[in-house]
Ligand binder design. Structure first.
Ligand code: 5AD
Ligand code: SF4
Length: 519
């Protein structure tokens, strides 16, 4: 799997770099006085390739014996950018740090290791990370023994690794999304060699089960699959996360059962495209609908999932979700655009009409379902009329909320090569019009809830007012309730009294005990 022992200068601008050591599987360069050991680097070409080789599942992950006290008395800090997948990867890395004896700290000055778990989805996410590296340079100068690491999706980009090597050589370790399980070894290498260590596999590895995870709170994320094979033309994810690989159903079920036993109230099943789950099984005819049916039999109050692709949303899944129970009535269904023309250029593989049919089918089967979505405005060549198709689709479906984005070109993706003739001011103005419409729809949807009695999971004190608790309905609406603090972590029935744009206010009726909940 490791691509080492080769001449990496063809991957990067290594002007001025000298090879100082070549070992089996790795090459060490000296660049501007900094020694850099490269085990593997990302390559867009390899990341794009989808091989036929089988994915193996490994159950024997363990922190090496000699590393179990490696971090005793030391502190780590991880900053996470981007999606829930990254948040969950951070939980895995936290699990590994703690298994090595490290303690978590929020204070970076106290930290012995600082990791940035990065996101590559849009340019502004990347800018933030480079800005942060600027700040961290000062810290590293003051405390040279500090280990600074960059991981996550940005590490999978050739241009990012190249830029770090040339301009941020104070970074100690760069590792990719497929190398997370290698964290203990990479840390050890960086610490003892004092060289910068780079290990980014371009191709996905196998599935590694049984990595430690450090979860907090009452809601847990569970990865059910990795990667994405959709290759929407604007999106970097299929390159940074590799091909679709589903975890075995028995492993997912066992993990969720264990979380229920530990008292977690809610589980969110995660994947870039969860409803493609199981398509890669050669020996099993078992899809996402089957998994959700099995989830509904587990004694845990709420099961969510994110994110789904309209193309794979089949009738069996709708039928299973309509059964309700612990399968909540919230469906996040990214549409991206309401124009069939734009959808075609995005390679979304559905039309405006088929999306509308799907939304109608879901609403018919699950009448109280809340639909939310993702939308990109200003895709290359998007006309005013095509943008208006998006507005009209949003209104017709009646989404409850949406994540809205201005298109951001990502190097290596097909859309980055399309002529982008929509001026920046027009993109901004479209985003504003769309956001205004979403605010109106969200408020109307909240108004319709007035007087209703709903179940909320009370998660904690509200950010702005500690006398108020905030929680979520089954449909994922944010609710503020004046309820006793002892209700935190519990379910309660509440009556909706007031609608705001992005949340509702409610009065408490009674605390309830659902299966899995400790009352
Ligand atoms: N530019 C803007 N938004 C993007 N997304 C994905 N790639 C891009 C891009 N290049 C959005 C999509 C996706 C969400 C996670 O991020 O709407 O659903
Ligand atoms: Fe990106 Fe499309 Fe895959 Fe979603 S389905 S991760 S938007 S390529």
């Amino acid at each position: 799997m490791v691509q080492g022992g080769k001449d990496y200068s063809k991957y990067f601008d290594f002007s001025g770099a000298k090879v100082i050591k070549e070992e089996e599987g790795k090459t060490t360069y000296r660049l501007k006085g900094r020694d850099i050991t490269i085990n593997a680097v990302p390559s867009y070409k390899d990341e794009k390739r989808r091989g036929k080789e089988e994915i193996e599942v490994h159950y024997d992950f363990a922190i090496p014996e000699e590393m179990r006290t490696f971090g005793a008395g030391k502190y780590y800090s991880i900053t996470t950018y981007g999606c829930q997948m990254n948040e969950h990867d951070t939980e895995v890395m936290r699990g590994m740090f703690e298994a090595m004896g490290y303690t978590s700290t929020e204070d970076r000055r106290q930290a012995d290791v600082i990791l940035l778990n990065t996101c590559a989805i849009r340019e502004n996410a990347e800018d933030k990370v480079f800005g942060e590296l600027g700040h961290l340079k000062t810290l590293k100068t003051e405390k040279p023994e500090l280990i600074l690491g960059v991981c996550g999706c940005m590490s999978q980009e050739e241009s990012v690794v190249s830029r770090i090597l040339q301009k941020h050589s104070f970074v100690d370790v760069i590792f990719g999304t497929h190398n997370i399980h290698r964290l203990p070894h990479l840390l050890q290498n960086a610490m003892f060699s004092k060289e910068m260590v780079v290990e980014v596999w371009s191709k996905e590895g196998d599935i590694i089960e049984n990595m430690p995870k450090k979860r907090e709170g009452m809601r847990a994320w569970v990865n059910i699959m990795y990667g994405c094979d959709k290759f929407c033309t604007y999106c970097i994810v299929p390159y940074t996360r590799g091909k679709e690989r589903s975890r075995r159903p028995e492993d997912v079920i066992a993990e969720v059962r264990e979380l229920a036993r530990q008292g977690f109230r809610e589980v969110t099943l995660l994947g870039q495209n969860v409803n493609a789950y199981g398509k890669d099984f050669e020996d099993l005819d078992y899809r996402f609908g089957d998994l959700m049916a099995d989830m509904s039999k587990i004694d845990i109050p709420r099961i969510r999932f994110t994110t789904s692709h309209p193309r794979d949303f089949d009738d069996h899944l709708i039928e299973v979700l309509a059964g309700g129970g612990n399968l909540v009535e919230h469906i996040h269904l990214p549409v991206q655009s309401g124009s069939t023309e734009v959808l075609k250029r995005m390679s979304r593989k559905y039309s405006r009409e088929t999306f509308l049919e799907l939304a109608a089918k879901i609403k018919k089967a699950i009448p109280n379902a809340m639909l939310t979505t993702d939308i990109i405005v200003g895709f290359p060549g998007e006309t005013e009329e095509q943008f208006q198709d998006t507005l009209s689709l949003v209104e017709e479906v009646g989404f409850d909320s949406a994540y809205t984005f201005i298109y951001s070109p990502r190097e290596g993706t097909p859309a980055a090569g399309m002529e982008d003739n929509v001026p920046a001011e027009v993109k901004k103005e479209r985003l504003k019009r769309l956001n205004d419409l979403m605010a109106k729809l969200s408020r109307e949807s909240n108004e319709r809830m007035k007087g209703q009695i709903v179940e909320v999971l009370l998660e904690g004190e509200s950010k702005n007012n500690t006398n108020v608790l905030s929680g979520r309905t089954r449909s994922n609406k944010l609710v503020h309730v004046e309820a006793p603090k002892e209700w935190i972590g519990q379910f309660a029935m509440v009556r909706v009294t007031e609608a705001q744009t992005w949340y509702i206010k409610a009065e408490p009726l009674e605390k309830i005990s659902l299966q899995g909940a400790v009352s």
